[in-house]
Design a protein around this ligand. Structure first.
Ligand SMILES: NC(=O)c1ccc[n+]([C@@H]2O[C@H](COP(=O)([O-])OP(=O)(O)OC[C@H]3O[C@@H](n4cnc5c(N)ncnc54)[C@H](O)[C@@H]3O)[C@@H](O)[C@H]2O)c1
Length: 426
């Protein structure tokens, strides 16, 4: 079935029959910006989270995510359109409930839906009749139909005879100044036509464009495709970088040259690896799902492996820049968040980089103006005395001029301080 935008389908205003109260489960990088976007669209939002300290912080007017300012949050709290709570029974007031809890990997690097399942169990007894439940968390195809719905059915109140279900995977890109909840088209796939109409109507109230797909599995699979596309292209360019470097070719010049082709090419850039809650994680939901279905996603697994080896490659390049006579090289990692503009260190490749450097006998310190504490350690000043610095993430507010002025050797993995003495690019 061809995808239709909401403009092409007729949507009765079914949500108007219930109060515009939205409950969002999980108040993190996804849930809190969604809350603000919904408030802008006239919704009253109840933000449910099971982390007491976070709920207290939010209700105290301090935003835990960069994409929501304290001012915006405080205004929403003081005009009564938003409040956070740990009380799951509050969802009874909502006509729409969206689930935005983490879907990480377990120790075996397989999908861990424990948090999702506990969130669903938490809301199930309190879902009112005629409520729309939407899963925004990223997961493998079948999660809504095979896990969320049976769990709600098992624990819901007998009076809640009709519950509507859809999947609308979140596409937010934290720190992105251009693309946000409103202007990023939203995929919506529901289990039946009534659910689809309600879900399209809800997202149309928040987003500029809504894309209707035939069922939740298409939406779930599309989200995995989007992020797997990123993973494999990053892996390709990471591998290509190593090939170019060993032949003395500047990969960035090659990428720029290839980008001059007006069709059929999209530039990706090399780096220390992949990080964050999405790109390193979601493709492994795909590989796991493939194995459950008796297939293998070998291409994706190779890409994952290449990216995993990148911190080791970067560490070796950096150590190669240090005078051989130094037995304990002092290495400074600049930027440990997985990307610029955020303080998010989840799955950051800086962890593997630091571990590998230490295993090689280096004395390693780090600096990141957006990260106060990382894995139990504190940052050092940018001018910490080192033999080589590795620019892993070019965070705003990092005074790199201090380093280059002092003649410190830098391995720039971001290609953002080119042409300066002592600086080498990946
Ligand atoms: N961060 C991103 O850039 C991004 C982008 C698109 C999609 N996603 C997906 O969205 C989902 C949420 O990711 P996030 O980055 O917002 O996570 P997050 O860790 O920033 O926030 C999740 C929140 O959920 C809360 N939580 C955990 N378990 C809970 C439970 N059982 N009940 C209530 N609250 C619970 C946590 O305390 C936390 O505050 C994931 O599936 C992720 O893959 C994330």
């Amino acid at each position: 079935m061809a995808l239709k935008s909401l403009r092409e389908v007729s949507i009765p205003s079914v949500i108007a029959e219930r109060p515009k109260v939205l409950a969002i489960i999980g108040q993190g990088y996804v849930g809190l910006p969604l809350a603000m976007a919904a408030i802008d669209a006239g919704w009253i939002v109840i933000g449910v989270d099971n982390f007491v300290a976070k709920v207290d912080q939010i209700n105290g007017g301090s935003s835990p995510v960069e994409d929501v300012s304290d001012k915006q949050l405080q205004a929403a709290i003081s005009n009564g359109s938003y409040r956070a709570t740990t009380d799951f029974s509050e969802v009874a007031k909502a006509s729409v409930i969206t689930i935005c809890v983490p879907t990480p990997l377990d120790d075996k690097r397989e999908p861990d839906l424990t948090l999702l399942q506990s969130a669903v169990k938490g809301i199930a007894p309190h879902i009112s009749n005629e409520t729309l439940v939407v899963s925004e968390s990223t997961s493998y195809p079948g999660t809504l139909r095979e896990i969320i719905i049976p769990t709600v059915n098992e624990f819901k109140h007998a009076d809640s005879k009709k519950v509507y279900y859809a999947c609308a995977p979140e596409r937010v890109n934290p720190g992105d100044k251009l693309w946000n909840q409103k202007n990023t088209p939203r995929l919506v796939g529901a289990i039946d036509q009534e659910s689809q109409i309600k879900a399209l109507s809800f997202y149309k109230s928040i987003c500029d464009a809504v894309v209707s797909v035939s069922n939740p599995e298409v939406a779930e699979a599309a989200k995995l495709l989007e992020n797997t596309f990123r993973l494999v292209n990053i892996a390709l360019i990471n591998e290509f970088t190593q090939l170019c470097s060993s032949s003395g070719i500047n990969v960035h010049e090659v990428i720029n040259a290839a980008t001059s082709k007006p069709y059929g090419f999209m530039p990706f850039t090399p780096g220390v690896g992949v990080g964050g809650h999405c790109i390193p994680v979601d493709p492994l939901y795909l590989t796991w799902w493939a194995r459950q279905n008796g297939s293998e996603a070998t291409f994706v697994e190779s890409a994952d492996l290449i990216n995993h080896e990148m911190p080791k490659y970067v560490a070796e390049r950096a150590l190669g820049m240090v005078d051989d006579r130094i037995t304990t090289p002092r290495v400074l990692i600049l930027g440990v968040a997985y990307k610029p503009g955020v303080g998010d260190v989840r799955e950051t490749p800086a962890t593997a980089l630091r571990n590998y450097l230490k295993a090689q006998g280096a004395d390693v310190a780090w600096h990141d103006p957006m990260v106060p504490v990382w894995e139990g350690t504190k940052p050092v000043d940018v001018d910490w005395d080192c033999d080589v610095a590795i620019l892993a993430t070019n965070q705003p507010g990092m005074d790199l001029g201090k380093l280059t002025a002092n003649g410190v050797q830098i391995l720039d993995c971001t290609n953002s301080i080119i042409g300066q003495a002592g600086v080498s690019s990946l």
